[in-house]
Design a protein around this ligand. Structure first.
Ligand SMILES: Cc1ncc(C[n+]2csc(CCOP(=O)(O)OP(=O)(O)O)c2C)c(N)n1
Length: 344
């Protein structure tokens, strides 16, 4: 009898299907986003900055997952709840804090409402305050990449409420016709201010909307950063290869009000508690601990390191000046606006 073939024992494929480095990278960005977001909520309550603050606590995996691993030249078109996409794209924390504090160090020099971050060196398009506006601009940028024959991609982020706007449909329709290199990420957190998703559309899965535009749509668990990342990587790869857009709907939830001035009394505690038990940060931690990639001690060290980074960013902008009123005219028009200047 021929000798039995020696079995080569392959290392067990990572259960999650991602490398250790990617999993830890995703987790670190998730944790950083959570800690930074919770810090801004506290600072707002202390009256340290004006306006309001749009927390994304509870839905961080929907922004961290798709953005992780993008190139600097790839663009993101965020809305108002994408602090995680900014952190993960590598926008320096003092630029993010500067935008919140409306200081001169902010990329917009204090022109926009808090949470409307933009940072050209890392490819972050400043959000439009008009809902879904950034989806349209992002689609135009994707068209630009196609014309320039560059294999860069655009990720456009929005909530399910924004998918009711006409411009949103026009953008996706256009992208479908021209097979543009863009991935649309819908963060379905069930509420658009006080309007429930059930009053927003007659469908349960917002990804179904992609059918009308001739490209794939997929609905996933938006609180599992690993699944979100893997799904987005496939869609990004497809877009980079010139095969066209994808719409990814991430089911998720925001823990706090629409902004810090909203008590969110239109929803039940039961609903909130159910979603809190699906905390994306804890989910990632449990997964990493079960794979022996994370320990409580390692987590504590990470928290300390991130908090220090946050402290430094906040104290830098705290000392920073506000822009001069004249600044309002700059970076708004391609040429200086030709009207009479207002005397201050
Ligand atoms: C055209 C327009 N209408 C209304 C608003 C006010 N507004 C800002 S955010 C928001 C809710 C958006 O809901 P959704 O798109 O689901 O995102 P979420 O806030 O849930 O992340 C509204 C109504 C706006 N900015 N633009």
């Amino acid at each position: 009898m021929p000798a039995a073939k020696k079995k080569t024992v392959k290392p067990k494929a990572n259960q999650v299907g991602l490398s250790e480095e990617t999993m830890m990278g995703l987790y670190t960005n998730l944790l950083k986003t959570r800690l930074l977001d919770e810090r801004f909520r506290k600072l707002y309550r202390q009256g340290r900055f004006a306006g309001t603050y749009f927390s994304a606590v509870g839905q961080e995996a929907t922004t961290v997952g798709p953005t992780y691993g993008l190139r600097d030249e790839d663009l993101i078109a965020p809305s108002h709840r994408e602090i995680g996409a900014n952190v993960t794209k590598g926008v320096p924390l003092d630029k993010i804090a500067g935008q919140i504090y409306a200081r001169v160090s902010s990329p917009d020099k204090g022109k926009s409402h808090p949470c409307h971050y933009g940072w050209k060196p890392k490819g972050v398009i400043t959000p439009s305050s008009t809902l879904a506006g950034q989806t349209i601009i992002g689609t135009g940028c994707a068209m630009g990449f196609q014309i320039q024959k560059k294999d860069n991609v655009v990720l456009a982020f929005f909530g399910e409420g924004s998918t009711s706007r006409g411009g949103w449909h026009e953008a996706l329709n256009y992208a479908g016709i021209y097979n543009l290199p863009i991935v649309y990420i819908c963060q379905n957190n069930l509420w658009a201010e006080s309007v429930p998703a059930t009053l927003q559309a007659g469908i349960t899965d917002f990804s179904d909307r992609a059918k009308a535009y001739g490209f794939p749509g997929i609905t996933i668990n938006g609180n599992d950063v690993f699944t979100v990342h893997k799904t987005a990587v496939k869609a990004i790869d497809r877009a980079r290869k010139g095969k066209g857009p994808t719409l990814i709907e991430c089911k998720t939830y925001r823990w706090y009000g629409h902004s810090e001035i909203d008590p969110a009394d239109y929803r039940s505690n039961k609903e909130l508690e159910e979603w809190k038990s699906k905390d994306p940060v804890q989910f990632a931690e449990k997964t990493l601990m079960s794979l022996n990639l994370l320990t409580k001690i390692k987590r504590e060290a990470l928290v300390e390191q991130i908090n220090q980074e946050i402290d430094e960013a906040i104290s830098a902008v705290d000392k920073d000046e506000y822009a001069e009123p004249e600044e309002i005219y700059n970076d708004v028009y391609s040429e200086q606006f030709p009207v009479r200047r207002v005397e201050w």
